[in-house]
Design a protein around this ligand. Structure first.
Ligand code: SF4
Length: 61
């Protein structure tokens, strides 16, 4: 499973990085997800961050 932020959709609110800093961080006003396969202990935080995103910019697949 990988987390991906669509930079076209992200409005830079910072919520995902606040809720799940182990997966998401902000880079120049846009969130970026940890690259590559999520580790097991990153899965729940990744989903939590995606659920909080107000514009559904995060996909986990
Ligand atoms: S919660 Fe969504 S809109 Fe806000 S910074 Fe994260 S990806 Fe961007």
């Amino acid at each position: 499973m990988k987390a991906k932020v669509d930079p076209e959709k992200c409005i830079g609110c910072g919520l995902c990085a606040q809720v799940s800093p182990e997966v998401y961080h902000m880079e120049a006003e846009v969130a970026v997800a940890a690259p590559g396969e999520l580790m097991e202990d990153q899965l729940e935080p990744a989903k939590e961050g995606a659920e909080q995103c107000p514009v559904d910019a995060i996909t986990i697949s």
